[in-house]
Design a protein around this ligand. Structure first.
Ligand SMILES: [Zn+2]
Length: 152
């Protein structure tokens, strides 16, 4: 399960509005193909290829659960966009995020790729962006949006 500190980080990430925007794609960043939609299987393979075996194993476990329990996420396109989103997250952080997600069984609460991506990307945001956020709101502590986040 996520500890309080991580949950607060995720809440702040939402405040920063960093985990809600899917990029709209004209050219596919995974293969350079220009029109949409095309077969995402090869894009997904390409994005998984650079990952360590352990990360790939945990990713497929998470994807299996998400496909089964989070119906809105049960498409190749959603899986592709998720992998694209976490492209710059290193394996170590990704494995950490996947373990949090799997241990918490968040798919049972309807939390899919977006939530998993938010866990993975909030880790790297810890020092810089959260500091910027806190500076911006100095004097008034950020609202606790943990409950709200739980409903996402
Ligand atoms: Zn492509």
């Amino acid at each position: 399960m996520l500890d309080d500190r991580t949950r607060k980080k995720l809440a702040r990430l939402q405040e920063l509005n960093l985990d809600v925007k899917w990029v709209s794609l004209s050219k596919c960043p995974a293969c350079g193909y220009d029109s949409d939609p095309h077969n995402r299987n090869s894009d997904i393979r390409r994005l998984l290829h650079t990952r360590r075996a352990q990360a790939r194993t945990l990713l497929s476990e998470a994807s299996r659960n998400i496909k089964e329990h989070v119906k809105s996420n049960a498409t190749l396109e959603q899986q592709y966009r998720f992998l694209l989103r976490i492209k710059d997250v290193n394996d170590e952080v990704l494995i950490w995020a996947l373990r949090q997600y799997l241990a918490g069984k968040y798919w049972k609460q309807g939390k899919g790729y977006m939530y998993l991506a938010a866990i993975a990307t909030s880790h790297g945001l810890d020092r810089e962006n959260i500091a910027i956020y806190e500076k911006k709101f100095r004097g008034s502590p950020p609202p606790d949006r943990t409950d709200e986040l739980n409903e996402v």
